[in-house]
Design a protein around this ligand. Structure first.
Ligand code: AMP
Ligand code: GLY
Length: 426
């Protein structure tokens, strides 16, 4: 029987998930909480916030939801999966305990150490004096290091320090001024890794996992990876650096081990396993794990997926992934994010978005920070739209997407002009 699905979230990632689910012959009705105007074209949006776990549970119970799919990390950290399962509701995502893989860098780094999973060397500190002493001894001969808060910090809790002044400033902010609240009670100081970053996306049912695809995000706001980090300014699939050999190595030295480790620690992992990797000269090393799909990576992953998304998700929830083969379309996909002026800092909202009518069918527009009023669309966030094009190869996809951006406009609109360039240069 066709299913009634609830998707939690309101960004471009959730728009892409809903877009893919809407193509499934096994989906009867999609709800999104709270959704956005783009999602509203494909699903019924309901006004419940992503952290209102009781409200979401009540909605799922009262509306005969067969399966709930969690987009962002916050509800996972709040234990939505535990709550829904305790009420016999099917939900896609890790439990609160398992979501520590994203929610606590200290938990995860210690897990890596215990199970010999390759990652940057590190130390954990909660004492400012000890942390500063460590930094003083470490930062010699032009060495760099990376300082991270333990908990969630919306991508802002990581500082790459090239000198003592930068390092001390970061430590003061995290451990003394408590700029990150409890998330900064512990900090990790780790070795700086040189290399190219790759994200690998898998789904895991607690025991078995299946890799879906790899992708590359573009975190910095400006071209050439300059400027502050954002949630992600663009992405493409199958970065050429991530070849078959590397894929096998990552499976053996990282994913197999993490899945086993989580089960052994009493947190069998269910949901998306998103590995953020640095491909170093010494091999792939883990920078971080996320417990959910990436944004904007999902906007390129969904169009590449030939297999029914609901099937993958149901099999994950039913501990039945073994034997599933995930099929992908050939070619490439690229996403370019259009952001508001000022993002990732302060930015204005409510700016009229123009040029979205009469777009070619060749381009997908996934909405993120948007708001509809009187039949017109306005900006309502930092990352406003994600434009996605497919191509026979990355070059074609990139050429197309930049062509399709041309008619779109809002005041102060910004986007990177070099998405996919690393792949093309290779
Ligand atoms: P994280 O949240 O730990 O993934 O860190 C955010 C970003 O900081 C990563 O995507 C990298 O670009 C950078 N980063 C984090 N850790 C390191 C490291 N040990 N070496 C180099 N860059 C890093
Ligand atoms: N694009 C990075 C993330 O979703 O965490």
């Amino acid at each position: 029987m066709a299913k009634r699905v609830l998707v939690i979230g309101q960004g471009g990632r959730e728009h892409a998930l809903v877009w893919k689910l809407a193509q499934s012959p096994n989906v009867d009705k999609i709800y999104a909480a709270p959704g956005n105007p783009g999602i509203a074209e494909l699903a019924e949006c309901i006004d419940i916030k992503i952290d209102d776990i009781e409200g979401l549970l009540e909605f799922a119970q009262n509306n005969c939801i067969d399966i709930t799919i969690v987009g962002p990390e916050l509800p996972l950290m709040l234990g939505i999966v535990d709550k829904f399962r305790a009420n016999n509701l099917k939900i896609f995502g890790p439990t609160k305990g398992a979501a520590q893989l994203e929610g606590s860098k200290v938990f995860t780094k210690n897990l890596f150490k215990k199970y010999a999973i390759p990652t940057a060397d590190y130390e954990v500190f909660d004492d400012i004096t000890l942390a500063k002493d460590y930094v003083k001894d470490y930062l010699v001969d032009g060495k760099k290091l990376v300082i991270k808060v333990d908990g969630l910090a919306q991508g802002k809790g990581v500082v790459i320090a090239t000198n003592m002044e930068e390092a001390y400033l970061a430590l003061d902010s995290m451990l003394l001024s408590k700029d990150f609240g409890e998330a900064g009670n512990n900090v990790i100081i780790e070795e700086f890794l040189e290399g190219e970053e790759v994200s690998v996306f898998a789904v895991c049912d607690g025991q078995d996992y299946i890799t879906l695809i790899s992708a590359q995000d573009h975190k910095s706001i400006y071209d050439n990876d300059e400027g502050p980090n954002t949630g992600g300014m663009g992405a493409y699939v199958n970065p050429p650096i991530y070849n078959d050999g590397l894929h096998k190595e990552v499976g053996k030295t990282i994913l197999d081990k993490v899945v086993t480790a989580m089960a052994e620690e009493g947190y069998p992992y269910t949901g998306v396993l998103y590995a953020g990797l640095m491909i170093t000269e010494a091999g792939p090393k883990v920078l971080e794990f996320n417990a959910r799909f990436g944004d904007p990576e999902t906007q390129v992953i969904m169009p590449m997926l030939k297999t029914d998304l609901l099937d993958i998700i149901e099999k994950t929830c039913n501990n039945n992934l073994k034997g599933l083969t995930v099929e992908l379309f050939s070619g490439s996909a690229v996403c370019v994010v259009l952001s508001a002026s000022g993002y990732p800092g302060e930015y204005e909202k409510g700016l009229l978005i123009e040029g979205l009518n009469n777009l070619s069918e060749d381009v997908l527009v996934f909405q993120a920070g948007t708001m509809a009023k009187d039949g017109r669309l306005f900006t309502n966030g930092g990352r406003v739209l994600g434009l996605v094009c497919l191509g026979q190869d990355i070059e074609e996809a990139v050429t197309k997407v930049y062509e399709h951006i041309k008619p779109i406009n809002f005041a102060g609109m910004h986007y990177r002009t070099d998405i996919g360039k690393k792949a093309i240069d290779r």
